[in-house]
Design a protein around this ligand. Sequence first.
Ligand code: PMT
Length: 399
Amino acid sequence: MNIAGKKILIAVTGGIAAYKIHFLIRDFIKKGAEVQVIMTPDSENFVTQLSLSTLSKRPVYSDFYGDNGTWNSHVEWALWADVMIIAPCTANTLAKMVHGICDNLVIATYMSAKCPVFIAPAMDLDMYQHPSTKQNLELAEDFGHIIIPAENGELASGLVGQGRMAEPETISEAIESFFTPNTGSLEGKTVLITAGPTYEAIDPVRFIGNHSSGKMGFSLAEEAAKRGAKVILVSGPSSQKPVHKNIELYRVVSAKEMLEKVFQFYKNTDMAIASAAVADYAPKEVAKEKIKKNDDSLTIELIKNPDILKTMGEQKTHQFLVGFALETQNEEENAKGKLEKKNLDMIILNSLRDEGAGFRNDTNKIKIFTKTDKKEFDLKSKTEVAKDIFNFIETQYLK
Ligand code: PMT
C-alpha cells in the first residue's frame, strides 16, 4: 500500500471526534502524502487551525475570505485533491452535502470536487439512528461517495452505541486500500462470503432471527478485497457497511433468499466462506395478518430451511469451501463433523463458551480445522481474525 505523493484534502466539521484528525494527518504525512485541511467555522470550537496546520505543514482555512480583500479558493483545493475526506462528518454537514446547502467553505469545496469523496460520520446515538441521517447517508452513497461507518462504543454524551467516528487507522486503511492496485495474493480470484443473520417471517411484524451482527463476515470481505479478490458479499439484515471498492454487496432477508443469491454466483466462485448464522428452521406458514394474542399459548409449525453450505458442498466442482461452526458444547467434535458432512476444505470453530467470541462482539476467538491440520488462535479483533483466517487459507489454497 502506498499513498506517498497522493494529495489528500481533509474537511473537518464540528464534532468532538475532530481531535482524532490530528492522528490521521500525522499518519498521512508520515506515509509521504500531501495533506490540505479545511474546516467549518464550528469545528474551531473543538480543534485549532494552529495544531492542524502544524501537523499538515500547510495553512488551514475555514473562511472564504482572506486578509486584505483576498479570497480562499475552494475550487483550487477541490481540483488539487486526489481524494477528499470529510471527517468527522456531522449530521448537519451531511445534510448540507446531500441537499446542496452551500453556506460554508467546506460545502463549497465539496461541491466543486471531482475526486472520490470519503465520509466518516460521527454523531450521537439517536442522531445516527435518525431516519434523516440514514436517508442522507444513502443519498451520499447513491452519489458514489464512500461511507466509513461510525463505530460502536461509548459516546461523548455517555450513551453507548453506534455513532463514534471510525478510528484514524480505519480511515487511513480505507484510503490506502483505495489507492492500492489489485496485486494481492488473491488477485484474479472471486471470493463469495455469506454474513449476518437470516430473518424468517412469522407474520408481517415478527420473525425468527438470531444475534449475528455481520461483523465477522464483513471483516472477512474487507480482508479478501484488500488481498485483491473480487468479493461477492451476501448478507442478511445487518447495519454493517462495506468500505472496499472491490466488494459487491447483496442484502437478503431469509435463508431461501440467501440460498438463491449464493447460487447466482457459486459456479464462478473460486472460494466460498459461509460465516452467516442461517436460521435452521422457518415457519411453515407466514400469517398474512398480525397474529393476535387471543390464547395463552401459540404453536408455530417450523420446517427445515435449506442448508446453504451443505448444498455448496454437494455441488462443489473446484471451489475452496470454508464453513464456520458456532458451538456451545462438544465443540471440536461438532466442528469436525460439519467439516466432513458438508464436504468442506476447512472449518472455523468459535465457541460461545469463550468470553468475547461469537456474536456481536468486535472480537472473536477461533480454532481452524482441515482434514489434517488444526490451529488455535488467541482472542483478537474481528479484523485481525479475518487476517489470520486468510493467512491460513493461503497456506492451504495457494500452496
Ligand atoms: O455476525 P457476528 O455478530 O460477527 O458473529 C459471527 C458469527 C458468530 C455469526 C460467525 O463467526 C459464525 O460462527 N457463523 C456461523 C454461525 C452458524 O450458523 O454456525 P452453525 O454451526 O449453525 O452452521 C455451520 C455452517 O453452516 C456455517 O458456516 C453456516 O453459515 C452454515 N449454514 C448453517 C445452516 C444453514 N441453513 N445454512 C448454512 O449455510
